[in-house]
Design a protein around this ligand. Structure first.
Ligand SMILES: Nc1ncnc2c1ncn2[C@@H]1O[C@H](COP(=O)(O)OP(=O)(O)OP(=O)(O)O)[C@@H](O)[C@H]1O
Length: 601
């Protein structure tokens, strides 16, 4: 007897040895369904015989030696749904999922071999008619066990579910609120392949989960053909997301530790000639066969020890993308291979058996996602590395700064080098102090500016009033004169703003005895003039008197003579000297200026 397959033990035992070890093989359980009523009617013979609990013998129809296949468990047609559930060790997978592992159960086999029956039981007898409890499949039994387990766990667990199908190479959400529409499959480093916008529904009770499953099953594509009256035309993936909040997350936004339990009901491989599929059924069959071929190709390549994981063509189909982690990644995987006992189905059965034999030699490297607490040492290590690097940079910067240039004493530098953080703190305090000082200075500067603006306005107003007053007392101010004091060759005392009406700013000379610009006026003496002829009368210097050094009475008494005009003794100044008959009297009158602007030489 030829024996195929190399199971190293049952699934449970292998997982007990530690799924986090170097590599765990995919566990394979073989289920042989009983002869169907149609097969019995046709009088078909069985070609399969179970030998013990783990070996299947295949008797070729034309005679010849039996071929034996060994799997983790072999279950014949007499085994109940409960037997299958127990033999598959799904509870063990559930426990692993609760610990954060990603677990997958998938059924594989030709069309009509009993995959859907194994996972979810027989098709419902009518809408809303539940599957009898004794016929419930692996999924319902796992749900019941899980909800019960969570209830007794004593720690808060969040349960959510998603349900999708891959139909004609399109992913459709079976739990979508509207009509299912194609969803993209994406990839990222943390999640691997995932379906974008897939609806994930939280549930709290077994009833709610059953409803979700029924909703998905009712929406899943199925059709009738010669080998199966309710043949699934799509691959369906129901995933349970289990989040255990046994320890508080380090970061508030961080999701709790979570595992996954995924049930995959693959569509069955079929020979179109055997099923008689035409039109749409044939297109569906081609799509199913193509994706199963891609899956088989990946499994074959995964067996090659020389082959690196990155070279496995998981991207060839949506199915292989979504099963990538279960087959070659960090998941724990159980495959339930389903076959028909009929001799008529033997070629497909042998194909399934070979497929399953290869699969059970594929190993994965199960890995639970790191909990936040488990991540902590890594995180701290990274922080320490970053701080060391920062420290090194600061030290090198400090070395570049000369102590004298930085204004730090040698003792302070030594201290700072010993304690870089202390130094940084000191700089920050100093910086803060300087900022405060700067803001105070800025506010007092602004205040002074405001005061200056008010004073300038007041000055301007006063000057305006002064000018108004002057213009009222003068018969004709004439054109704007320069300040008379500029004519004196004396040192300027200051620059004064002469009234705008009379021109621009002029230099003022204190030496002048005529008050000129405003600031000079108080300091300029106002000497009294004594009449030269009579030496009796005195009058204040000013524009009111035009008679030179004679009082009005003396002027009236003296004889009138012509005045002599002489060139100016001050080059560049437009004035003339008038000589009076009396040699003792001389005066200077600026040409073209009013009487108010004369002065004595
Ligand atoms: N172990 C079993 N005991 C009794 N009936 C079974 C068993 N397995 C399968 N059947 C019946 O066989 C028929 C085909 O089964 P099922 O639909 O599960 O096959 P399948 O492999 O899912 O097919 P497909 O790939 O076409 O969807 C169904 O009527 C189902 O009730």
């Amino acid at each position: 007897m030829e024996e195929r397959g190399s199971p190293d033990g049952d699934p449970a035992r292998s997982l007990e040895q530690g799924p986090e070890g170097p590599g765990t093989p995919i566990q394979v359980v073989l289920r042989v369904r009983p002869m169907s009523a149609a097969e019995l009617r046709r009088g078909e013979q069985s070609a399969l015989h179970c030998s013990g609990t783990r070996t299947l013998q295949v008797s070729p129809p034309g005679g010849g030696p039996d071929v034996a296949f060994r799997f983790g468990a072999v279950l014949d047609g007499a085994r109940t749904q409960e037997d299958v559930f127990r033999a598959c060790g799904v509870r063990r997978l559930g426990e692993l999922a609760l610990r954060g592992f990603s677990c997958t159960v998938f059924t594989f086999g030709q069309t009509g071999s009993g995959k859907t029956y194994t996972l979810t039981g027989p098709p419902p007898q009518g809408e809303g008619v539940p599957v009898p409890p004794n016929l419930a499949g692996i999924m319902q039994r796992t749900f019941a066990w899980l909800l019960d387990r969570v209830r007794h766990l004593g720690a808060p667990v969040t349960l959510r579910a998603s349900y999708l199908e891959i139909y004609n190479e399109q992913v459709r959400d079976l739990l979508s609120l509207g009509a299912p529409r194609p969803l993209p499959v994406r990839w990222n480093k943390t999640q691997g392949f995932y379906v974008e916008q897939l609806r994930v529904v939280e549930f709290r009770s077994l009833g709610a989960l059953m409803e979700l499953m029924q909703m998905g099953l009712s929406r899943r594509r199925s059709s009738a053909h010669s080998l199966n009256q309710a043949s699934s035309r799509s691959h369906a993936l129901l995933t349970l997301y289990i989040s255990c909040q046994t320890m508080p997350p380090v970061d508030p936004g961080e999701p709790p530790v979570g595992g996954k339990l995924c049930f995959v009901d693959l569509a069955g491989s079929e020979k179109v000639a055997a099923t008689g599929s035409r039109g749409e059924l044939m297109l569906e069959a081609n799509s199913i066969n193509r994706s199963l071929l891609a899956l088989g190709h990946c499994i074959s390549l995964l067996l090659d020890p020389q082959r690196k994981q990155s070279h496995i063509p998981f991207r060839d189909s949506k199915l292989t993308k979504l099963l990538a982690d279960s087959l070659g990644g960090h998941g724990v995987t159980l495959m339930v291979a389903c076959v028909s006992p009929s001799v008529q189905c033997l070629p497909e059965t042998l194909s399934t058996l070979r497929y399953a034999s290869r699969a059970q030699r594929v190993t994965t490297r199960p890995q639970a996602p790191k909990s936040p607490m488990a991540k902590q040492p890594q995180r701290l290590e990274m922080e320490i590395r970053q701080l060391r690097e920062e420290n090194r940079c600061l030290r090198s910067q400090l070395g570049q700064v000369h102590p004298k240039a930085s204004g730090l004493s040698g003792a302070r530098v030594a201290w700072a080098q010993r304690n870089l953080y202390g130094m940084l703190q000191e700089f920050m305090l100093e910086n803060e102090r300087l900022r405060k000082e700067k803001s105070q200075l800025q506010s007092s500067r602004d205040q002074a500016r405001d005061e200056q603006r008010v004073l300038a306005q007041q000055v301007h107003e006063l000057e305006r009033r002064l000018l108004c007053a002057c213009s009222l007392h003068l018969p004709n101010p004439g054109p704007a004169p320069p300040c008379p004091c500029v004519m004196a060759p004396a040192r300027p005392c200051h620059v004064s703003l002469w009234p705008a009406r009379w021109g621009e700013a002029q230099e003022c000379h204190k030496a002048s005895d005529v008050p000129c610009c405003r600031p000079c006026r108080p300091s300029a003496p106002a000497p009294a003039v004594t009449c030269a002829p009579c030496a009796e009368h005195r009058w204040p210097t000013g524009p009111a008197h035009t008679g030179g050094s004679s009082c009005r009475r003396c002027l009236a008494l003296r004889p009138r003579v012509a005045w002599l005009c002489l060139p100016s003794p001050h080059p560049g100044h437009p004035h003339a000297i008038l000589t009076l008959p009396s040699s003792r009297e001389r005066g200077v009158i600026a040409t073209g200026l009013g009487p108010e602007s004369w002065r004595r030489c």
